[in-house]
Design a binder for this molecule. Sequence first.
Ligand code: AGP
Length: 605
Amino acid sequence: MCGIIGYSSKKKNAKDVVIAGLKNLEYRGYDSAGIATSENGKINLYKAKGKIAVLEDKLNNEVINASTAIGHTRWATHGEPNETNAHPHRVGNVTLVHNGIIENYIELKNFLLKNGVTFNSSTDTEVACAYINYIYQKSENKNKLQVISTACDEIRGSYAFSIIFDDELDTIYATRKDSPLIIGLSDDGNFAASDISAILDYTNKYILLEHDEFAKITCDDVEIYNKNLEKIDKEIMFANWSATEYKKNGYEHFMLKEINEQPEVISKLFNNYFENEDYLSINIADYDTIHIVACGSAMHAGMIGKYLFENFASIPVSVEIASEYRYKKQLITPSTLVIIISQSGETADSLAALRIAKEHGAKTIAIVNVVGSSISREADETIYTYAGPEIAVATTKGYTSQVAILSMLVLNAMKQKNILDDSLKNKVQEEIGKIKEVLSKVIDNSEKYIKIASAIKDKEHLFFLGRGIDYTLCLEGSLKLKEISYMHSEAYAAGELKHGTISLIEEGTPVIAIATDKTLYEKTVSNIKETKARGAYVIFITNNDEDVENYNDFADIVLTIPKVTELLQPLVTILPLQLIAYETAKMRGCDIDKPKNLAKSVTVE
Ligand code: AGP
């Protein structure tokens, strides 16, 4: 989703700082970029389609010594990616950048057109800018906060705005509703930014702007106002991530770095939570049902949670896609616990689902990575994954840390229900002590993953097959492959293939089959043989080393992985799927960290 950074500086370096900040926001996904600089008594706009480097080429021809600037990376929602639709937008005396979607922009546009306003772009953002300018022109006292507040009362949808007015060129005004925005504080100047990554090179001090709050930002002061335009004091936060964590640190891609961080992240997470009994005040065992609500990979993590909660704690779980959940008939009762899973903590559908769950009286837990994100602040309780910043759009450590937290919650629930026997607890504890080495060993097998990637990289279609918890891992493996290699694949419950799609299997169709659940191993193998009999090229991933002599009956490539207790096995099994996707995308020459059309945090619905 779009990225915003505004900077009011004590020096004449605002352009460089904003451009550097936009580069740190690239991971959010974008297709055009722009900057507005204010100097010599006027605003200058520079915009470009494509990467920030194209914008920089434009700026290199200019002499810019601005002390205030606002910049934006645009992920197109309304209007194609081009220079006209790129932000910042400027109407009358107002220049603005925006992240979000204005839902009533057509209604506002028609009103403005009737009042003589003309438009250059086809964006909802230009309409918002024009409406703020309309209110500004009508305003007698030109009180900017009042102007913005009055305009926002009529603007429906989600927004994070950073705004400069012509008659106050050294001041940035900011406000938000549902889209994230923080206010950065430093000795050299102050910021408005979509997230901390944009400003960590300059400061780790920031203020969280809440919904419907307003900020007035100059180089030496920041004022925050509430919805009633009363000045308020806000807590100053300190980011616990460093700027270096936003660098590749020698890895070719952020995704490969983050895959390799997983052993450390998971090991630290278990050590942080396994012994620490009081990280959660909610007694999970008090609830009859659990709704796990999320999007994409977070939803896939939730499916792992379902199997583990039901198999080990006997608590019924329904896993819900957040964009469906938010509009469905709710059957929430006081004995329903709702768990929202979100790496970014800003996914619009997941945030909306959280609010709906709370409106219906559910107790809510959030499993989140980004500290201070909207979901983490609105849930009744939040369990942080502390995985560090995840820059690659395709989540890896974000997903596995979610799965690890869920396995901790299952143990928590078993303990509360007095069904956690010492043998299981001791086994899990013993394996947690070795998990870092086990995960590292699986990761350090790149030649196998390269061999598999070579075998599949030119194929049109591919199937992932598995049963039980392995099926949910297939879903995640399929998503990884699709989103970064642009190769079509489908994840199927192995027993389901015969009910239709086995018709798609032909000579050479790749099938990645997973069998780690001993109770379902034979069934899965017979399904694999059904595909093999029809010409499939089978890549078999298993932790069952007792069947070695039979592998070659049905598999072309066999990848054996370590066998650990079922509660921890998904953390092992997913790693080859992440690395197969990575190596395949690399061979296909794809933009691995910033796949086309995708954004790291989907802050619009
Ligand atoms: C996964 O690789 C994708 N990046 C995407 O499915 C992601 O998991 C989903 O958008 C949810 O994001 P969140 O965890 O930040 O809410």
